[in-house]
Structure formats: structure tokens, C-alpha cells
Design a protein. Structure first.
Lengths: 226, 119
């Protein structure tokens, strides 16, 4: 027990995965890469870089991969879990800061927020800021909790939260589902400002308007029916 | 009798035969068989005697029988779409559970294998 584990969901990320795993290992005892049915060398490269690799036989989406990764981390004896994107947009030292915040012991859930302080927006493109704001408003309307970055992939869970979280959606909408879980299970939350690194590569991988609409519909469905 | 009536009647008969065949193979619940048969018999009756929809239309307060049939069919279609959507979501979740269970088992076997090698 007492391990810090970083979980990285990855789908066709052979370009970035080696560097991401190596830098993550500086801030955690273990790194779990969930290879979400990639058709490239993601799994092999992640393993060579020192990660424990969990392989989805078919692509199930980032939410499903996060669920698998968190469960794997719990089985490996994680005391705290931090999730991180595989496309290189997060800095490993920010994952370290999320671990530090969890270690203070008064919160169960930490969001690494790219928008916590406006000067930390860094080079987040304006359309991303807008999309994020819509995500935040929708998250607030559906689940009644205001967070400054509902779509951030860098977040931390205490042992208790990692053990009890239940993600039912498979795609990007699961990022808001974390917030629902936090509210339902009465976890205490904190936000830690982080800096995102936007490259053309990471921008091509993330959300766009149409993904956003799909995510919104699924969330509404999840809230009222599913 | 118009051509459209013959087409509709034939289709209703075909649909009923499919329902019965699926039931005989054990793929359908009795309640569903009953509901589908009632539905297709109603389609057959309306095709044969279009005037029956006027009775229903008058009773419901809709102007024309054909309009009533349209409204009702839309209702049925939306309901079925909604149900299929829910079913798909269920399947999606179940598939994730299977994929996840497999992935975790493989990880544990991998790690156990490594330990044995070291030991």
C-alpha cells in the first residue's frame, strides 16, 4: 500500500506515449497505461518505457479506459490515483502537484484545472475555452456542481474515491460523470491550477464541436434515464 | 381494391409470419408476440377498410382518419427508437464490462508470470 499510481488512457498514441510514461514515472511509483484497442505500437512502447499495460481488446472510449485504469490501480495497491492524457498536453510535475494535494488528506477528488487562474490559460485556444465553458455550464446544470474545468483529463482520486467510483458512460462524457460521482458520494473536492501544453498534435486529438454535442446528449441521457 | 392496399396487406401478413417464426425459435416473449400481432392485424384491418380510421379519428378528435394513422405510427416509431437507443446503451456498457474484465485478468496473469520468472 501507499503507492502513487498514474493512469494514462491511450488510443493510437505511439508518437507521444514513451515520453509521457517516462516523465510520469518521475512522480509516481507506477504508471498504468490502458491501451484502448490501439492499432499502432502504443502498448509495446508503453511497456518498454516502464508502464504496466492493460489492453482493451477493442476500442471502448476514454471513459471506459479510465474506469479500467482506475480499477487496475486499485488492484495494484494504489493509495492515490492521478489520471493524465497520453497526448503530451499535461506536464508530469502537475500530476505531482495533484498527488501532493491529495496527500494533505482532506479531499478525495482533485481536478487539475487549466482555467483556475485566467493567466494560466496558457496557449489554450479561444474556441477550446468556449467549449470548456459550455461543458462547465452543462455539468453545473445537470449535476449541480460548479468546477472551473469540467473537461480536464488531469485529475486525482484518493484511495477511497478510486475504490468506489462507478463510471457508466464510455466516452468523453465520463469526465463530467466524475463530478456526478463526487456529488453522489459526497467526496470533498479541490482544484489545482495546471498548465496545459497545446500542440497541433494534442489539439487534433481532443474534443471538437461535434464531439461536444454528442457528449452533451449522452450526459443528458445519463442524468435523466441511464 | 387499390394496389397500395394489397401491398400493405401482404406486408402485414409477412410481418406476422416473421413474428410467429421468431416466437417458435424461442426468441420472443409472449407479451411481445401478442402486441406485435395486434399491431399488424390493426394495420391489415386499416389497409382493407380505410374507413375504420375515420371512426378512430372522430373519437380522438383528429380531422381525418389518415392523419390519425400517421400520428399514431409516428408515436410508435419514436417509442421504438427510444427503446432501441436504451438497449444499445445497455449493450455498450455490457461490452465494456467484458472488455474490462478480460483486460484486468490479462494484466494480473502478466504480473504473476513476471513474479514467477523472478522467483
Amino acid at each position: 500500500m501507499g503507492q502513487r499510481i498514474i493512469v494514462i488512457p491511450a488510443y493510437n498514441e505511439e508518437r507521444t506515449i514513451t515520453d509521457v510514461v517516462r516523465s510520469a514515472l518521475k512522480f509516481a511509483e507506477r504508471v498504468v497505461v490502458v491501451d484502448d484497442g490501439s492499432r499502432d505500437l502504443t502498448a509495446t512502447l508503453a511497456k518498454d518505457a516502464g508502464a504496466v499495460v492493460v489492453r482493451h481488446a477493442v476500442n471502448r472510449g476514454v471513459g471506459a479506459a479510465l474506469g479500467t485504469g482506475i480499477e487496475a490501480a486499485v488492484r495494484l495497491g494504489a493509495d492515490a490515483v492521478v489520471t493524465m492524457d497520453a497526448d503530451g498536453q499535461h506536464r508530469a510535475e502537475d500530476a505531482g502537484r495533484v498527488f501532493d494535494r491529495l496527500a494533505e488528506g482532506d479531499v478525495d477528488f482533485v481536478i487539475g484545472s487549466r482555467l483556475k487562474k485566467s493567466e494560466d490559460r496558457g496557449n489554450m485556444p479561444l474556441h477550446r475555452v468556449l467549449l470548456n465553458t459550455v461543458g462547465n455550464i452543462l455539468t453545473y446544470m445537470l449535476f449541480g456542481v460548479w468546477v472551473t474545468d469540467s473537461q480536464s483529463g488531469l485529475r486525482g482520486l484518493s484511495h477511497k474515491a478510486a475504490r468506489t467510483i462507478e463510471l457508466r458512460t464510455n466516452g468523453m462524457e465520463s469526465l463530467s460523470e466524475f463530478v456526478k460521482e463526487m456529488k453522489d458520494k459526497r467526496w470533498k473536492m479541490a482544484e489545482v491550477p495546471i498548465k496545459a501544453i497545446y500542440t497541433d498534435y494534442s489539439l487534433s486529438k481532443g474534443q471538437n464541436f461535434f464531439v461536444g454535442v454528442k457528449v452533451a446528449l449522452k450526459l443528458i441521457f445519463r442524468r435523466f434515464i441511464g | 381494391m387499390h394496389a397500395i392496399q394489397i401491398v400493405l396487406l401482404c406486408f402485414a401478413l409477412f410481418a406476422m409470419s416473421r413474428v410467429l417464426i421468431r416466437y417458435r425459435r424461442g426468441g420472443m416473449r409472449v407479451l411481445h408476440v401478442f402486441l406485435w400481432l395486434v399491431f399488424w392485424i390493426a394495420v391489415g384491418v386499416v389497409a382493407f377498410h380505410p374507413d375504420t380510421t375515420n371512426l378512430l379519428a372522430r373519437w380522438l378528435g383528429v380531422g381525418r382518419g389518415v392523419d390519425t394513422a400517421m400520428y399514431l405510427s409516428l408515436l410508435v416509431i419514436f417509442y421504438l427508437l427510444f427503446r432501441s437507443f436504451g438497449k444499445l446503451e445497455d449493450l455498450d456498457r455490457q461490452l465494456t464490462r467484458v472488455v474490462r474484465a478480460n483486460a484486468l485478468r490479462e494484466m494480473e496473469e502478466d504480473l504473476a508470470g513476471k513474479k514467477e520468472c523472478k522467483g
